[in-house]
Design a protein around this ligand. Structure first.
Ligand SMILES: NC(=O)c1ccc[n+]([C@@H]2O[C@H](COP(=O)([O-])OP(=O)(O)OC[C@H]3O[C@@H](n4cnc5c(N)ncnc54)[C@H](OP(=O)(O)O)[C@@H]3O)[C@@H](O)[C@H]2O)c1
Length: 301
């Protein structure tokens, strides 16, 4: 298949590209800069110049493809609503290019749509979702199934980990380094689901190849790692004390990350595993942290 991948230069997308190529697909990646285009070429993909803010580029690239994986997102946590609107427009544009063709379109979302209990693939996102910026895109993706697109939603947990991670966990490490303590909030029993980027990449490929129209998949390797365990691993590697921060002081301590680090967002992938014969094979988050590359990277930076 000739697959158009948005976000192909990102942490997750750059694992999807070799996964697709190794399986015999050709990859066309969205590139908004010369550096991105060069990175795609050296990964064995073709670069298609455009951006999320340029619907014509998205439409043309999707129209010329046999399938789409949409993995780009504007990660500006100070304007998530606007980023969500851009994402929705991108989903609608990509979907309209594939309409009536039965071609596959896999759209990235998040499992942190339900808090306080185990989220499953059968849960739908809605007003109660902590990750509100994903809700409209999920609904738009699933509605494409009735317009002749083999659309699916692939939900990622709040932490996708592995070498090159520049998401929440490196931010926690950075805060612990600057504050001289590795903190969790309250008793630290709130949980994050996790997945390794290579396991997630394999599921993106399986969804592209075989997910029925209207499917929701969960790329969850571990259902829930307690945030206290994450803080303890960070504290051990940095050699700093591990402390509890009261909930009312979480924002002072963690800044924008408090909104996420206080969530209890365990998630299941039982249905995904059974349906797609997908079994994670990579290390879990704590084992990955214990391999120390998270801390080496920060020292180099
Ligand atoms: N990593 C995680 O822990 C995690 C957890 C849950 C969900 N997710 C979701 O998974 C997806 C991939 O995440 P990631 O960690 O791979 O993100 P990332 O490393 O920050 O990469 C973001 C990708 O989006 C592209 N992009 C950003 N703004 C763009 C724009 N305006 N136009 C075109 N492309 C643009 C970037 O291109 P450039 O190379 O040009 O910057 C890059 O390829 C996102 O939807 C993210 O929200 C990630």
């Amino acid at each position: 298949m000739r697959v158009f991948v948005t976000g192909a230069t990102g942490f997750v997308g750059s694992a999807i590209v070799p996964e697709l190529i190794t399986a015999g697909h050709r990859v066309v990646g969205l590139a908004r800069s010369d550096a991105a285009a060069a990175a795609l070429l050296s990964a064995g993909a073709v670069a298609f110049r455009g951006s999320l803010e340029d619907p014509d580029s998205l439409f043309s690239a999707a129209e010329g493809s046999d399938g789409v994986i949409h993995c780009a997102f504007i990660h500006d946590f100070s304007r998530m609503e606007s980023a969500g609107q851009t994402d929705l427009r991108a989903v609608e544009t990509l979907g309209s290019a594939l309409e009536g063709s039965d071609r596959p379109m896999v759209v990235t979302s998040g499992t942190a749509l339900i808090a306080g209990r185990l989220a499953t693939e059968q849960d739908s996102s809605g007003a109660q979702s902590p990750a509100t910026h994903r809700v409209a895109s999920e609904h738009a993706t699933l509605s494409l199934a009735s317009r002749g697109v083999r659309s699916s939603v692939l939900r990622l947990p709040p932490t996708v980990h592995g070498r090159g991670d520049h998401g929440f966990v490196p931010s926690l490490i950075d805060i612990a380094r600057r504050k001289g303590v590795s903190a969790y909030v309250g008793d630290g029993s709130n949980r994050w689901a996790t997945v390794h980027r290579f396991d997630a990449a394999r599921l993106f490929r399986l969804a592209l190849e075989s997910a029925p129209a209207g499917s929701v998949l969960h790329a969850v390797g571990e259902e829930g790692v307690a945030t206290r365990d994450i803080a303890e691993m960070i504290g051990r590697h940095l050699g700093v004390p591990v402390v509890s921060v009261p909930t009312e002081e979480a924002t002072d301590h963690f800044g924008w990350l408090a909104r996420f680090f206080t969530l209890d967002v365990p998630a299941s992938s039982a249905r995904t595993r059974a349906r797609f014969e997908w079994e994670p094979t990579q290390p879990g988050l704590l084992a990955d942290l214990d391999m120390a590359h998270y801390f080496e990277q920060l020292q180099v930076a």
